[in-house]
Design a protein around this ligand. Structure first.
Ligand code: ADP
Length: 227
């Protein structure tokens, strides 16, 4: 019951192994996130933050080390099982919203729920409640192109939360926004995370935003240091 939501042990990742362009990106990363914790991942560009988030999010596999999600080891799982775990337990937010352009804000949050087996009525009710909670309830029928950058990103947060995941992984979620919008959108994200008791690993360059999280981890020379 008290298993960490995410546990990484001895994670290593090398690109182009044995070739002239070999890059050893992760060199024994250990990290553990408890339920309800919101943790900042700070790293200079190119340090391997996206690689680490992709491995934690089961979108990539490490060359060595172990990934556990809610106490379950992920090694040796089939692609199908990894996809099921990802869909049910993990939420993703990127720097760019990646919403589906031909669907409305509401539909973008409904679709992942339908894929996870939720009935349409319940999925729509949840989508509306999520949009309300981040202050864009009145944008439900807008397509992404008809929303501002900050609104698009709020919708992307709601989509990440659509299936009530245990863990949110975010890669510079407000990195594309101007500083003032970034602060407001980040506050909306934190409100949503705190209200749902979600755990989150949030990569950011912004020390001020990082300071509002429970812990700050630094990725440096392929391993993690905590403040
Ligand atoms: P960050 O997100 O911290 O900017 P990344 O995880 O994207 O860093 O990349 C870390 C390093 O690994 C960079 O030097 C990058 O060029 C390299 N890298 C990332 N993906 C690949 C890949 N598919 N093949 C080769 N090198 C890669």
């Amino acid at each position: 019951m008290n298993n960490p939501v995410l546990k990484l042990s001895g994670i290593e990742k090398v690109y182009n192994r044995g070739k002239p362009g070999e890059v050893k990106v992760l060199n024994g990363v250990d990290l553990s996130l408890n339920r309800g914790e919101v943790v900042a991942l700070l790293a200079p560009s190119g340090a391997g933050k996206s690689t680490l988030l992709h491995i934690a999010g089961l979108l990539d596999t490490p060359d060595a080390g172990e990934v556990e999600i809610a106490g379950q080891p992920m090694q040796g799982r089939s692609d199908r099982k990894r996809t099921i775990t990802r869909r049910a337990q993990l939420g993703f937010v990127y720097q760019f919203h990646h919403l589906l352009p031909e669907f409305t804000a509401l539909e973008n949050i409904v679709l992942p729920q339908l894929a996870n087996g939720t009935a349409r009525d319940a999925a729509e009710a949840r989508a509306r409640a999520l949009l309300e909670s981040v202050g864009v309830g009145d944008r439900a029928s807008h397509r992404p192109a008809a929303m501002s950058g900050g609104e698009q990103q709020r919708v992307a947060f709601c989509r990440a939360m659509a299936n009530a995941p245990g863990l949110l992984l975010a890669d510079e979620p407000t990195g594309n926004l101007d500083p003032e919008t970034s602060d407001r959108v980040f506050a909306a994200l934190m409100k949503l995370v705190r209200e749902t008791g979600l755990s989150a690993l949030i990569a950011t360059h912004n020390l001020e935003l990082a300071g509002k999280m429970d812990r700050q981890l630094h990725l440096h020379n392929g391993s993690i240091r905590e403040d």
